[in-house]
Design a protein around this ligand. Structure first.
Ligand code: ZN
Length: 538
Protein backbone atom coordinates (compact mmCIF):
# COMPACT_ATOMS: atom_id res chain seq x y z
CA UNK A 1 0.00 0.00 0.00
CA UNK A 2 1.39 3.40 -0.89
CA UNK A 3 1.50 5.73 2.04
CA UNK A 4 -0.07 9.16 1.93
CA UNK A 5 2.11 12.15 2.58
CA UNK A 6 1.50 14.36 5.63
CA UNK A 7 2.82 17.90 5.26
CA UNK A 8 4.12 19.73 8.32
CA UNK A 9 3.56 23.44 8.64
CA UNK A 10 5.39 25.36 11.36
CA UNK A 11 3.98 28.62 12.68
CA UNK A 12 6.46 29.18 15.55
CA UNK A 13 7.60 32.46 14.02
CA UNK A 14 4.07 33.82 13.57
CA UNK A 15 1.50 32.24 15.95
CA UNK A 16 4.27 31.18 18.37
CA UNK A 17 5.36 34.79 18.65
CA UNK A 18 1.97 35.49 20.32
CA UNK A 19 3.27 33.73 23.48
CA UNK A 20 3.49 36.19 26.38
CA UNK A 21 7.14 37.07 26.99
CA UNK A 22 8.35 35.92 23.57
CA UNK A 23 9.51 38.41 21.01
CA UNK A 24 11.84 37.30 18.24
CA UNK A 25 14.47 39.52 16.68
CA UNK A 26 15.32 39.15 12.98
CA UNK A 27 18.44 37.17 14.03
CA UNK A 28 16.31 34.84 16.20
CA UNK A 29 13.93 34.31 13.30
CA UNK A 30 16.78 33.48 10.93
CA UNK A 31 18.22 30.97 13.42
CA UNK A 32 14.83 29.29 14.01
CA UNK A 33 13.96 29.15 10.29
CA UNK A 34 17.33 27.46 9.64
CA UNK A 35 16.70 24.89 12.40
CA UNK A 36 13.25 24.06 10.98
CA UNK A 37 14.55 23.93 7.41
CA UNK A 38 17.39 21.57 8.30
CA UNK A 39 15.09 19.36 10.34
CA UNK A 40 12.79 18.80 7.36
CA UNK A 41 9.64 20.82 8.03
CA UNK A 42 7.70 21.32 4.77
CA UNK A 43 6.41 24.84 5.41
CA UNK A 44 8.02 27.53 7.56
CA UNK A 45 5.71 30.46 8.17
CA UNK A 46 7.81 33.51 8.93
CA UNK A 47 5.37 36.21 9.99
CA UNK A 48 3.45 39.14 8.67
CA UNK A 49 5.43 41.21 6.14
CA UNK A 50 4.33 44.82 6.11
CA UNK A 51 2.89 44.64 9.63
CA UNK A 52 6.10 45.52 11.49
CA UNK A 53 9.74 46.35 10.66
CA UNK A 54 11.09 43.00 11.98
CA UNK A 55 8.90 40.91 9.70
CA UNK A 56 9.37 43.23 6.72
CA UNK A 57 13.13 42.91 7.04
CA UNK A 58 12.88 39.16 7.66
CA UNK A 59 11.02 38.81 4.37
CA UNK A 60 13.53 40.87 2.39
CA UNK A 61 15.22 37.54 1.59
CA UNK A 62 14.10 33.94 1.29
CA UNK A 63 15.25 32.32 4.55
CA UNK A 64 14.95 28.62 3.78
CA UNK A 65 16.69 26.18 1.42
CA UNK A 66 14.34 23.20 1.22
CA UNK A 67 11.30 24.26 3.21
CA UNK A 68 8.66 26.35 1.54
CA UNK A 69 8.93 29.85 3.02
CA UNK A 70 5.48 31.25 3.84
CA UNK A 71 4.30 34.85 4.34
CA UNK A 72 1.13 35.38 6.36
CA UNK A 73 -1.40 38.16 5.93
CA UNK A 74 -4.97 39.27 5.52
CA UNK A 75 -7.05 38.81 2.42
CA UNK A 76 -7.57 42.03 0.51
CA UNK A 77 -9.93 44.63 1.91
CA UNK A 78 -13.46 44.92 0.56
CA UNK A 79 -14.06 47.87 -1.73
CA UNK A 80 -10.61 48.01 -3.34
CA UNK A 81 -9.35 45.83 -6.16
CA UNK A 82 -6.66 43.26 -5.47
CA UNK A 83 -4.14 45.31 -7.46
CA UNK A 84 -4.87 48.44 -5.36
CA UNK A 85 -4.60 46.86 -1.93
CA UNK A 86 -1.32 47.85 -0.23
CA UNK A 87 -1.46 44.98 2.29
CA UNK A 88 -1.84 42.41 -0.46
CA UNK A 89 0.92 44.12 -2.46
CA UNK A 90 3.44 43.83 0.36
CA UNK A 91 2.51 40.15 0.82
CA UNK A 92 3.10 39.48 -2.86
CA UNK A 93 6.38 41.41 -2.85
CA UNK A 94 7.73 39.46 0.15
CA UNK A 95 10.45 36.98 -0.85
CA UNK A 96 8.33 33.96 -0.02
CA UNK A 97 7.36 30.81 -1.89
CA UNK A 98 3.84 30.77 -0.52
CA UNK A 99 1.25 33.06 1.01
CA UNK A 100 -1.07 32.00 3.79
CA UNK A 101 -4.12 34.28 3.91
CA UNK A 102 -6.18 34.52 7.03
CA UNK A 103 -9.90 34.74 6.31
CA UNK A 104 -13.02 34.92 8.41
CA UNK A 105 -15.26 31.89 8.05
CA UNK A 106 -17.77 32.59 10.83
CA UNK A 107 -20.54 34.86 9.57
CA UNK A 108 -20.77 36.54 13.00
CA UNK A 109 -17.16 37.77 12.69
CA UNK A 110 -17.68 38.84 9.09
CA UNK A 111 -20.50 41.09 10.23
CA UNK A 112 -19.11 42.33 13.55
CA UNK A 113 -15.33 42.50 12.95
CA UNK A 114 -15.21 43.25 9.24
CA UNK A 115 -18.57 44.98 8.87
CA UNK A 116 -19.01 43.66 5.34
CA UNK A 117 -21.51 41.33 3.72
CA UNK A 118 -21.01 37.58 3.57
CA UNK A 119 -20.67 37.75 -0.20
CA UNK A 120 -18.05 40.53 -0.03
CA UNK A 121 -15.97 38.33 2.28
CA UNK A 122 -16.17 35.44 -0.22
CA UNK A 123 -15.08 37.81 -3.02
CA UNK A 124 -12.09 38.99 -0.95
CA UNK A 125 -11.00 35.36 -0.41
CA UNK A 126 -11.34 34.43 -4.09
CA UNK A 127 -9.59 37.54 -5.44
CA UNK A 128 -6.70 37.34 -2.94
CA UNK A 129 -6.05 33.67 -3.77
CA UNK A 130 -6.18 34.42 -7.50
CA UNK A 131 -3.77 37.35 -7.14
CA UNK A 132 -1.27 35.19 -5.22
CA UNK A 133 -1.49 32.37 -7.75
CA UNK A 134 -1.09 34.86 -10.63
CA UNK A 135 2.08 36.13 -8.94
CA UNK A 136 3.49 32.59 -9.01
CA UNK A 137 2.98 31.84 -5.31
CA UNK A 138 1.47 28.80 -3.67
CA UNK A 139 -1.69 30.06 -1.98
CA UNK A 140 -3.31 28.82 1.20
CA UNK A 141 -6.16 30.10 3.30
CA UNK A 142 -6.43 29.83 7.09
CA UNK A 143 -10.16 29.73 7.80
CA UNK A 144 -10.25 31.47 11.16
CA UNK A 145 -12.78 30.23 13.75
CA UNK A 146 -13.77 27.54 11.26
CA UNK A 147 -15.12 25.02 13.76
CA UNK A 148 -17.12 27.57 15.76
CA UNK A 149 -18.26 29.14 12.51
CA UNK A 150 -19.37 25.77 11.22
CA UNK A 151 -21.39 25.14 14.36
CA UNK A 152 -23.12 28.53 14.01
CA UNK A 153 -23.66 28.48 10.25
CA UNK A 154 -22.38 25.38 8.46
CA UNK A 155 -23.40 26.51 5.00
CA UNK A 156 -21.42 29.75 5.21
CA UNK A 157 -18.30 28.16 6.74
CA UNK A 158 -18.36 25.60 3.92
CA UNK A 159 -18.84 28.41 1.36
CA UNK A 160 -15.67 30.13 2.63
CA UNK A 161 -13.63 26.91 2.41
CA UNK A 162 -15.00 26.00 -1.00
CA UNK A 163 -14.41 29.52 -2.35
CA UNK A 164 -10.74 29.32 -1.34
CA UNK A 165 -10.36 25.86 -2.89
CA UNK A 166 -12.11 26.79 -6.14
CA UNK A 167 -10.06 29.97 -6.50
CA UNK A 168 -6.91 27.83 -6.57
CA UNK A 169 -5.71 27.56 -2.96
CA UNK A 170 -3.33 24.61 -2.56
CA UNK A 171 -4.40 24.31 1.08
CA UNK A 172 -7.55 25.24 2.94
CA UNK A 173 -6.66 25.22 6.62
CA UNK A 174 -9.39 24.65 9.19
CA UNK A 175 -8.55 26.61 12.35
CA UNK A 176 -9.77 25.95 15.87
CA UNK A 177 -8.93 29.52 16.81
CA UNK A 178 -10.53 29.45 20.29
CA UNK A 179 -9.11 26.01 21.02
CA UNK A 180 -12.31 24.69 22.57
CA UNK A 181 -13.41 22.15 19.96
CA UNK A 182 -13.35 18.47 20.98
CA UNK A 183 -11.83 15.61 18.94
CA UNK A 184 -15.17 14.00 17.95
CA UNK A 185 -16.40 17.39 16.68
CA UNK A 186 -13.19 17.95 14.70
CA UNK A 187 -13.58 14.55 13.09
CA UNK A 188 -17.26 15.07 12.18
CA UNK A 189 -16.72 18.58 10.79
CA UNK A 190 -13.68 17.59 8.70
CA UNK A 191 -15.66 14.65 7.29
CA UNK A 192 -18.46 17.04 6.37
CA UNK A 193 -16.03 19.43 4.62
CA UNK A 194 -14.65 16.54 2.55
CA UNK A 195 -18.18 15.33 1.77
CA UNK A 196 -18.92 18.83 0.46
CA UNK A 197 -16.27 18.56 -2.21
CA UNK A 198 -12.96 19.74 -0.76
CA UNK A 199 -10.52 16.83 -0.90
CA UNK A 200 -8.54 15.92 2.21
CA UNK A 201 -5.26 16.26 0.29
CA UNK A 202 -5.98 20.04 0.17
CA UNK A 203 -7.05 20.39 3.82
CA UNK A 204 -5.00 21.43 6.83
CA UNK A 205 -5.64 21.61 10.58
CA UNK A 206 -4.57 24.43 12.92
CA UNK A 207 -5.35 23.52 16.53
CA UNK A 208 -4.91 25.43 19.78
CA UNK A 209 -4.38 23.74 23.12
CA UNK A 210 -7.02 25.39 25.34
CA UNK A 211 -8.44 22.06 26.49
CA UNK A 212 -5.09 20.27 26.33
CA UNK A 213 -6.17 18.53 23.12
CA UNK A 214 -4.36 20.34 20.31
CA UNK A 215 -2.50 17.11 19.48
CA UNK A 216 -5.62 14.97 19.82
CA UNK A 217 -7.56 17.37 17.58
CA UNK A 218 -4.78 17.41 14.98
CA UNK A 219 -4.69 13.60 14.90
CA UNK A 220 -8.50 13.40 14.72
CA UNK A 221 -8.35 15.69 11.68
CA UNK A 222 -5.66 13.51 10.08
CA UNK A 223 -7.81 10.42 10.69
CA UNK A 224 -10.72 12.21 9.04
CA UNK A 225 -8.61 13.06 6.00
CA UNK A 226 -6.58 16.31 6.32
CA UNK A 227 -3.01 16.08 5.05
CA UNK A 228 -1.41 19.24 6.40
CA UNK A 229 -0.80 19.74 10.12
CA UNK A 230 0.15 23.08 11.63
CA UNK A 231 1.90 23.59 14.94
CA UNK A 232 4.83 25.16 16.77
CA UNK A 233 8.10 24.10 18.37
CA UNK A 234 7.54 22.96 21.94
CA UNK A 235 3.89 24.00 21.55
CA UNK A 236 4.46 27.70 22.18
CA UNK A 237 1.63 30.06 21.30
CA UNK A 238 -0.85 32.43 22.84
CA UNK A 239 -2.90 31.32 25.87
CA UNK A 240 -2.26 27.57 26.24
CA UNK A 241 -0.23 27.28 23.06
CA UNK A 242 -0.56 25.62 19.66
CA UNK A 243 -0.30 21.95 18.67
CA UNK A 244 3.21 20.86 19.66
CA UNK A 245 5.09 19.63 16.59
CA UNK A 246 7.74 18.07 18.84
CA UNK A 247 5.05 15.70 20.17
CA UNK A 248 3.09 15.34 16.95
CA UNK A 249 6.00 14.40 14.68
CA UNK A 250 7.25 11.35 16.64
CA UNK A 251 3.65 10.20 17.17
CA UNK A 252 3.02 10.24 13.41
CA UNK A 253 6.41 8.65 12.73
CA UNK A 254 6.60 5.96 15.41
CA UNK A 255 3.04 4.87 16.16
CA UNK A 256 1.54 2.13 13.98
CA UNK A 257 -1.87 3.82 13.96
CA UNK A 258 -0.25 6.47 11.75
CA UNK A 259 3.00 5.21 10.25
CA UNK A 260 1.25 2.35 8.47
CA UNK A 261 -0.73 4.88 6.45
CA UNK A 262 1.28 8.10 6.32
CA UNK A 263 4.77 9.33 5.70
CA UNK A 264 6.52 12.68 6.20
CA UNK A 265 9.67 14.36 4.93
CA UNK A 266 11.23 13.49 8.30
CA UNK A 267 12.83 10.05 8.11
CA UNK A 268 14.19 7.90 10.96
CA UNK A 269 17.58 9.58 10.86
CA UNK A 270 16.21 13.11 11.07
CA UNK A 271 13.86 12.09 13.86
CA UNK A 272 16.93 11.42 16.01
CA UNK A 273 17.57 15.16 15.90
CA UNK A 274 14.23 15.88 17.61
CA UNK A 275 15.46 16.15 21.22
CA UNK A 276 18.33 18.37 20.05
CA UNK A 277 15.93 20.60 18.10
CA UNK A 278 13.58 20.99 21.04
CA UNK A 279 16.39 21.81 23.48
CA UNK A 280 18.13 24.16 21.06
CA UNK A 281 14.88 26.09 20.74
CA UNK A 282 14.53 26.38 24.54
CA UNK A 283 18.13 27.53 24.60
CA UNK A 284 17.30 30.30 22.16
CA UNK A 285 14.33 31.29 24.34
CA UNK A 286 16.67 31.24 27.34
CA UNK A 287 14.53 28.86 29.30
CA UNK A 288 15.03 25.38 30.74
CA UNK A 289 13.58 22.45 28.84
CA UNK A 290 10.46 20.85 30.36
CA UNK A 291 11.62 17.62 32.02
CA UNK A 292 8.23 16.00 31.49
CA UNK A 293 7.85 16.87 27.81
CA UNK A 294 6.66 13.80 25.87
CA UNK A 295 9.46 12.05 23.92
CA UNK A 296 12.14 14.74 24.50
CA UNK A 297 11.99 15.55 28.23
CA UNK A 298 14.83 14.51 30.54
CA UNK A 299 12.27 12.41 32.46
CA UNK A 300 10.53 10.97 29.38
CA UNK A 301 12.49 7.70 29.67
CA UNK A 302 13.41 7.86 33.35
CA UNK A 303 12.37 5.39 35.97
CA UNK A 304 13.17 5.28 39.64
CA UNK A 305 11.51 2.35 41.30
CA UNK A 306 14.01 -0.46 41.98
CA UNK A 307 11.87 -3.35 40.81
CA UNK A 308 11.14 -1.58 37.53
CA UNK A 309 14.75 -0.60 37.03
CA UNK A 310 16.08 -4.16 37.04
CA UNK A 311 13.31 -5.37 34.71
CA UNK A 312 13.87 -2.34 32.49
CA UNK A 313 17.49 -3.22 31.95
CA UNK A 314 16.54 -6.79 31.03
CA UNK A 315 13.98 -5.76 28.44
CA UNK A 316 13.42 -2.03 27.89
CA UNK A 317 10.39 -2.64 25.65
CA UNK A 318 8.36 -3.71 28.65
CA UNK A 319 8.59 -0.22 30.14
CA UNK A 320 9.19 2.12 27.19
CA UNK A 321 6.58 2.93 24.57
CA UNK A 322 9.24 3.79 21.96
CA UNK A 323 13.05 3.42 21.99
CA UNK A 324 14.45 6.65 23.48
CA UNK A 325 17.25 6.82 20.89
CA UNK A 326 14.66 6.99 18.07
CA UNK A 327 14.01 10.62 19.08
CA UNK A 328 17.56 11.36 20.23
CA UNK A 329 16.74 10.96 23.92
CA UNK A 330 18.22 8.41 26.33
CA UNK A 331 17.14 6.04 29.05
CA UNK A 332 17.71 7.21 32.58
CA UNK A 333 17.61 4.98 35.61
CA UNK A 334 17.47 7.25 38.60
CA UNK A 335 18.86 6.73 41.99
CA UNK A 336 16.59 7.27 44.93
CA UNK A 337 15.94 5.80 48.32
CA UNK A 338 13.37 3.49 46.72
CA UNK A 339 16.08 1.86 44.66
CA UNK A 340 17.56 -1.53 45.38
CA UNK A 341 21.15 -2.63 44.84
CA UNK A 342 20.54 -3.59 41.21
CA UNK A 343 19.29 -0.07 40.57
CA UNK A 344 22.49 1.43 41.96
CA UNK A 345 24.74 -0.92 39.99
CA UNK A 346 22.92 -0.09 36.77
CA UNK A 347 22.91 3.64 37.44
CA UNK A 348 26.68 3.45 38.00
CA UNK A 349 27.22 1.27 34.94
CA UNK A 350 25.50 3.85 32.76
CA UNK A 351 28.05 6.35 34.01
CA UNK A 352 30.92 4.06 33.13
CA UNK A 353 31.55 3.04 36.75
CA UNK A 354 31.93 -0.72 37.24
CA UNK A 355 31.36 -2.09 40.71
CA UNK A 356 30.76 -5.62 41.93
CA UNK A 357 27.64 -6.26 44.00
CA UNK A 358 29.80 -7.67 46.81
CA UNK A 359 32.05 -4.62 47.02
CA UNK A 360 31.69 -3.16 50.57
CA UNK A 361 32.19 0.33 49.07
CA UNK A 362 28.90 -0.15 47.23
CA UNK A 363 27.07 -0.70 50.53
CA UNK A 364 28.80 2.38 51.87
CA UNK A 365 27.64 4.44 48.84
CA UNK A 366 24.07 3.20 49.21
CA UNK A 367 23.96 4.11 52.89
CA UNK A 368 25.51 7.56 52.22
CA UNK A 369 22.93 8.25 49.48
CA UNK A 370 20.04 7.12 51.71
CA UNK A 371 21.30 9.17 54.62
CA UNK A 372 21.77 12.25 52.46
CA UNK A 373 18.37 11.86 50.79
CA UNK A 374 16.84 11.68 54.26
CA UNK A 375 18.53 14.96 55.11
CA UNK A 376 17.21 16.70 52.00
CA UNK A 377 19.45 15.89 49.03
CA UNK A 378 17.62 14.89 45.84
CA UNK A 379 19.97 12.94 43.63
CA UNK A 380 17.43 11.94 41.07
CA UNK A 381 17.32 15.57 39.95
CA UNK A 382 21.09 16.03 40.26
CA UNK A 383 22.86 13.43 38.16
CA UNK A 384 26.24 15.18 38.25
CA UNK A 385 26.30 15.42 42.05
CA UNK A 386 25.35 11.75 42.27
CA UNK A 387 28.17 10.81 39.92
CA UNK A 388 30.72 12.83 41.91
CA UNK A 389 29.54 11.29 45.17
CA UNK A 390 29.81 7.79 43.68
CA UNK A 391 33.27 8.40 42.26
CA UNK A 392 34.45 9.89 45.57
CA UNK A 393 33.13 6.93 47.53
CA UNK A 394 34.17 4.16 45.16
CA UNK A 395 37.38 5.46 43.72
CA UNK A 396 39.20 8.70 43.45
CA UNK A 397 38.58 12.10 42.07
CA UNK A 398 41.71 14.15 41.41
CA UNK A 399 42.05 16.97 43.87
CA UNK A 400 41.98 19.85 41.41
CA UNK A 401 41.77 22.47 44.15
CA UNK A 402 40.83 22.99 47.77
CA UNK A 403 38.59 25.65 49.25
CA UNK A 404 40.19 27.58 52.06
CA UNK A 405 36.95 29.37 52.83
CA UNK A 406 34.48 31.98 51.68
CA UNK A 407 32.75 35.01 53.10
CA UNK A 408 29.65 36.82 51.85
CA UNK A 409 28.45 40.21 53.06
CA UNK A 410 25.10 41.72 52.27
CA UNK A 411 24.66 45.44 52.78
CA UNK A 412 21.45 47.45 52.61
CA UNK A 413 22.06 51.15 52.53
CA UNK A 414 21.05 54.42 50.90
CA UNK A 415 22.91 55.55 47.80
CA UNK A 416 23.87 59.18 47.09
CA UNK A 417 20.37 59.83 45.71
CA UNK A 418 18.76 58.59 48.90
CA UNK A 419 17.50 55.38 47.27
CA UNK A 420 17.70 52.00 48.98
CA UNK A 421 20.42 49.83 47.54
CA UNK A 422 21.31 46.24 48.36
CA UNK A 423 24.80 45.07 47.45
CA UNK A 424 26.51 41.77 48.11
CA UNK A 425 30.21 41.19 48.24
CA UNK A 426 31.83 37.77 48.22
CA UNK A 427 35.41 36.70 48.98
CA UNK A 428 36.56 33.21 48.04
CA UNK A 429 39.94 31.65 48.86
CA UNK A 430 40.98 28.60 46.86
CA UNK A 431 44.22 26.65 46.94
CA UNK A 432 45.73 25.26 43.73
CA UNK A 433 49.12 23.50 43.83
CA UNK A 434 49.82 24.91 47.28
CA UNK A 435 49.18 28.46 46.17
CA UNK A 436 46.29 30.46 47.65
CA UNK A 437 44.18 32.51 45.23
CA UNK A 438 41.81 35.06 46.68
CA UNK A 439 39.02 36.65 44.63
CA UNK A 440 36.50 39.33 45.50
CA UNK A 441 33.33 40.08 43.54
CA UNK A 442 30.31 42.31 43.94
CA UNK A 443 26.77 41.75 42.69
CA UNK A 444 23.22 42.54 43.70
CA UNK A 445 22.51 39.04 44.96
CA UNK A 446 24.74 37.08 47.34
CA UNK A 447 24.74 33.85 45.30
CA UNK A 448 25.62 35.75 42.16
CA UNK A 449 28.48 37.52 43.98
CA UNK A 450 29.72 34.16 45.31
CA UNK A 451 29.57 32.56 41.86
CA UNK A 452 31.45 35.49 40.32
CA UNK A 453 34.13 35.37 43.01
CA UNK A 454 34.48 31.57 42.84
CA UNK A 455 35.02 31.61 39.11
CA UNK A 456 37.04 34.82 38.91
CA UNK A 457 40.47 33.28 39.42
CA UNK A 458 40.83 29.57 38.95
CA UNK A 459 44.51 29.72 38.16
CA UNK A 460 45.57 27.16 35.61
CA UNK A 461 41.97 25.88 35.26
CA UNK A 462 40.50 29.27 34.41
CA UNK A 463 40.32 28.69 30.63
CA UNK A 464 38.63 25.34 31.26
CA UNK A 465 35.61 26.84 32.98
CA UNK A 466 35.17 29.89 30.73
CA UNK A 467 32.31 28.24 28.84
CA UNK A 468 30.48 27.06 31.99
CA UNK A 469 27.12 28.79 32.23
CA UNK A 470 24.54 28.44 35.02
CA UNK A 471 21.35 27.80 33.11
CA UNK A 472 18.94 27.50 36.02
CA UNK A 473 18.88 27.85 39.78
CA UNK A 474 16.11 26.39 41.93
CA UNK A 475 15.68 26.90 45.64
CA UNK A 476 13.39 24.78 47.77
CA UNK A 477 12.70 25.21 51.46
CA UNK A 478 12.28 21.74 52.92
CA UNK A 479 10.65 22.50 56.25
CA UNK A 480 9.11 25.70 57.45
CA UNK A 481 10.34 28.18 60.02
CA UNK A 482 13.57 30.13 60.32
CA UNK A 483 15.59 26.98 60.93
CA UNK A 484 14.47 25.55 57.61
CA UNK A 485 16.69 23.35 55.48
CA UNK A 486 17.33 24.76 52.02
CA UNK A 487 17.95 22.67 48.92
CA UNK A 488 19.53 24.32 45.88
CA UNK A 489 19.52 22.67 42.46
CA UNK A 490 21.73 24.17 39.77
CA UNK A 491 21.55 23.37 36.08
CA UNK A 492 24.76 24.01 34.16
CA UNK A 493 25.62 23.95 30.48
CA UNK A 494 28.81 24.37 28.50
CA UNK A 495 29.72 25.13 24.89
CA UNK A 496 29.30 21.46 23.92
CA UNK A 497 25.59 21.84 24.69
CA UNK A 498 25.70 19.22 27.46
CA UNK A 499 23.65 19.98 30.59
CA UNK A 500 24.18 18.66 34.09
CA UNK A 501 22.49 19.13 37.44
CA UNK A 502 24.06 19.54 40.87
CA UNK A 503 22.61 19.85 44.36
CA UNK A 504 23.51 21.42 47.69
CA UNK A 505 21.69 21.21 51.02
CA UNK A 506 22.28 23.33 54.11
CA UNK A 507 20.55 25.31 56.83
CA UNK A 508 22.14 28.27 55.05
CA UNK A 509 21.03 29.12 51.51
CA UNK A 510 24.44 30.57 50.58
CA UNK A 511 26.21 27.43 51.75
CA UNK A 512 23.75 25.19 49.89
CA UNK A 513 24.35 27.24 46.73
CA UNK A 514 28.10 27.04 47.25
CA UNK A 515 28.01 23.22 47.45
CA UNK A 516 26.02 22.99 44.24
CA UNK A 517 28.35 25.49 42.51
CA UNK A 518 31.43 23.56 43.60
CA UNK A 519 30.01 20.29 42.31
CA UNK A 520 29.23 21.94 39.00
CA UNK A 521 32.80 23.23 38.59
CA UNK A 522 34.38 19.90 39.61
CA UNK A 523 32.06 18.03 37.28
CA UNK A 524 33.05 20.35 34.46
CA UNK A 525 36.77 19.72 35.11
CA UNK A 526 36.10 15.95 35.18
CA UNK A 527 34.06 16.16 31.99
CA UNK A 528 36.85 18.08 30.24
CA UNK A 529 39.14 15.14 31.03
CA UNK A 530 36.60 12.55 29.82
CA UNK A 531 36.53 11.27 33.39
CA UNK A 532 32.82 11.96 33.87
CA UNK A 533 29.67 12.94 32.10
CA UNK A 534 29.25 9.84 29.97
CA UNK A 535 25.53 9.82 30.56
CA UNK A 536 25.07 13.50 29.88
CA UNK A 537 27.14 13.37 26.73
CA UNK A 538 25.31 10.42 25.17
ZN1 ZN B 1 -3.60 30.25 15.80
Amino acid sequence: MTKERIYLFDTTLRDGQQTPGIDFSVEDKIAIATMLDEFGIDYVEGGYPGANPTDTSFFSEKRTQKSSFVAFGMTKRAGVSASNDPGLASLIQAKSDAICFVAKSWDYHVEVALGISNQENLDCIAESVKAAVAAGKEAMVDCEHFFDGYKANPAYALDCARTAYEAGARWVVLCDTNGGTQPPEVRAIVESVIAHGIPGRCLGIHAHNDTGQAIANSLAAVDAGVRQVQGTLNGIGERCGNANLVTLIPTLALKNSYNEFYEMAIDAERLQGLTGLSHAFDELLNRSPDHQAPYVGASAFATKAGIHASALLKDPRTYEHVPPESVGNFRKVMVSDQGGKANFINALKRRGIEVSKDDPKLDMLISIVKEREASGYAYEGADASFELLARRTLGTIPEFFAIDGFRVMVERRFDSHGRIKVVSEAVVKIVIDGQTLMSVAEAEGPVNALDLALRKDFGKYQHEIDDLVLADFKVRILNGGTEAITRVLIESIDSSGVRWWTVGVSENIIDASFQALMDSVIYKLMKNRHMAGRIAAE
